[in-house]
Design a protein around this ligand. Structure first.
Ligand code: SAM
Ligand code: SF4
Length: 327
């Protein structure tokens, strides 16, 4: 599934729901968003059929995300359905960890390979301020359950926010190192539903690196060891533990991007920041064949732009927020 610039999409991100049980300030307004109605969402059968078409087109890793993927009641069945595809793709999930304790074992049994849990702070008060929910303990238990279930290495995604958690990034790293979790910081992107992002107050990857370096010695891993992964990874105090710092805004990795995305309502997107998308749900419900669906997906990927263009004069934040695209 190549695009005009020779990139090949092998990593599919599937948003299985746009709903969420947290309200992270960089993602959603306090009151939530107008959620998709059930008939607008792909059924399990539809979702699995489309993922199968992507696999036929060369996708080798499927990441389930949202919204909060654990809020989809059938999530274990969805994982099992993807694990039954031929060739079986790697299956990962990005979750906020709330509710993971209860379901981690069943997800692993169904075929989930790995999880990324989003955790921006280990301070209970800051967590409640940032997510607008008092659920830190649930997240911690969820992460422990994931490790116990063998969903390893448990990776942790963190966003640093100025004046909120940016001064305590080294505490999050210390906490993750103690537990054997692999931490990655991601620059805050203009994908919040409120359109409140601004470049000036964004905490850059460079700043995170400087803060971490006040406590730890970070040694960059060579790009060969990184592959197409966007995270710049560093050995912490000589290793073997590592930390990732993803400069998605300040040093975009678009040239090596191998991602494609499917929303919960059946739209293919070639980029987080794309202003357009291709509908698969309509054609699928009208009886399109797998070949026809594959053609629509290929067409969408072919028009993928060279880069996300944040910072370019004509840049416009997409209408869909991160929670509805699938982060
Ligand atoms: N609810 C799940 C979670 O939080 O892990 C999955 C969906 S969430 C949209 C996926 C990831 O996107 C999370 O790691 C979250 O921190 C990140 N995210 C959300 N809004 C973001 C933004 N504006 N900039 C950068 N990352 C963001
Ligand atoms: Fe929910 Fe994830 Fe967005 Fe936070 S980042 S509000 S957990 S979808």
């Amino acid at each position: 599934m190549p695009d005009q610039f020779g990139r090949v999409a092998r990593d599919l991100r599937v948003s299985v729901t746009d709903r969420c049980n947290l309200r992270c300030t960089y993602c959603m307004p306090a009151e939530g968003l107008p959620w998709l109605a059930k008939p607008e969402m792909l059924t399990d059968e539809e979702l699995l059929r489309i993922v199968g078409v992507f696999v036929g087109l060369g996708v080798r890793q499927v990441r389930l995300t949202g919204g909060e993927p654990l809020l989809r009641r059938s999530i274990v069945d969805v994982v099992a359905g993807i694990a039954a595809l031929e060739p079986r793709p790697q299956i990962a999930m990005t979750t906020n960890g709330v509710g993971l304790e209860r379901v981690a074992g069943r997800l692993a049994d169904a075929g989930l390979d790995r999880v990324n849990v989003s955790l921006d702070t280990i301070d209970a008060e800051t967590f409640t301020q940032l997510t607008r929910r008092d659920r830190l303990t649930d997240v911690e238990k969820g992460m422990a359950a994931a490790a116990e279930a063998g969903l390893t290495p448990v990776k942790v995604n963190a966003v640093a926010m100025r004046g909120v958690n940016d001064e305590a990034v080294a505490d999050v790293l210390a906490w993750c190192l103690d537990r054997g979790y692999e931490l990655r910081f991601i620059e805050q992107m203009p994908l919040d539903a409120q359109h409140a992002w601004d470049r000036e107050s964004m905490v850059s990857a460079e700043e995170v690196r400087e803060r971490l370096s006040e406590r730890y010695t970070l040694t960059p891993l060579s790009s060969g060891e990184r592959g197409s992964a966007p995270a710049e990874r560093f050995l912490v105090d000589g290793g073997p533990a590592t930390v990732g710092i993803i400069a998605s805004v300040s040093e975009p990795f678009c040239a090596a991007c191998d991602r494609t995305r499917l929303t919960a309502d059946g739209q293919v997107r070639n980029c987080l920041f794309s202003e357009v998308e291709t509908d698969l749900r309509g054609p699928l419900r009208e009886g399109a064949s797998d070949e026809e669906l594959a053609g629509l997906i290929q067409g969408e990927m072919w028009r993928k732009k060279r880069g996300h263009g944040i910072g370019d004069p004509g840049f416009r934040q997409p209408d869909r927020p991160m929670s509805s695209i699938g982060g």
